[in-house]
Design a protein. Sequence first.
Length: 412
Amino acid sequence: MAKSILFPHLRQRQVLLTTLTAAAILVVTMGARQSVGLFVSPINSATGLGIVTISLALAIGQFVWGAFQPIAGALADRFGPRGVLIGGILVLALGTALTPMVSSSWGLILTMGLLTAMGSGSCSFSVLLGSVSQRLPAESRGSASGVINAGGSLGQFVFAPLTQVMIQGLGWMGAMWSTAGLLLLTLPLINRLVPTANAEGAAKAVTTAPKPNSAGLKAAVIEAFKNPSYVLLHLGFFTCGFHIAFLVTHLPTEVNLCGLSPSVASWSLALIGLANIAGSLWVGSRINTQRSKMLLAGMYASRAVLIGLYLMAPKVPAVFYLFALGLGFTWLATVPPTATLVGKLFGMRYLATLFGLTLLSHQIGGFLGAYLGGLVLQSDGNYQLMWYLDIGLSLFACLVNLPIKEERPVLA
């Protein structure tokens, strides 16, 4: 029954299994990545490096994560996803395990800024969505992307409180090493993503691109950047990265500035992930009936409203939880419509690469969100300026999505 609801036009069991496996991988890799802000205060206390230095390392990690998306996507498009995913998880686990062993700014940049970011970027949205989407017909891609995206959100819901418990029970070093072990447990899942006879059969059902490009990857990238809609999509996704990186990195410190328990931060991050499961599935179900650009514009506008309400509200635990639920509904729910728009514009052949480049824009915003948050805190002693900047960028992202040229869905 569940299969017929999520994939009404596809009955192959192997394709459903592949989609759920991709979601399961994201549960662990994105869950570990999105909980990293909980380590900022313990690392600062243990090393004395300072918030700005730690923020810089995490900001570099945000950028590298995005920079590796198109590289990993291109490798997956050329050689298949299996080797890329295995290498990514191994490097991610290595960087996580080495972080407690470093005490200098350069060491932290190497582990949290480079290794973990390169690893997680190699086993994230561009490779997983690209791999699965190439095996699905067009009418099933929206639901599949929503399910896969929900996996990342479920990971945040599970890992945020789990990480806080591990930090309290094992210390931050023990929590890092435990996380590295959990990451290695995802390796057997990758075999499920290797194309089989059933998956190859499903791949033949993929709808051809509206504007196919057979001249190769380089030509496809050049063509994409000549398209104004693709550029506008990048500008909007830049803002999404700014929001997410700022909150993932600095929400625990914001909670601390308000005099509240660290558990409020961990549960707020968890609730963001929980709400985004619903948001991702809802958006995935709407992609076939509504224009993706309108979904994106609405989600970005809602963030401006939510941040404004948060600034006016008293800073008590209930406000943080409600803010997390509201913001969480759109948190990473922007990924399925963004990937869908790329597929509509350029087809599936180089989706992993072209969507990976969009994620790079996302993470350039992520670099600024993480690093500027630390600079503003050091300068002003609070994040007020960052919140106002967040509101302005949300409105900007809403507006730049509206001119994107996207045909209306053809309703059955």
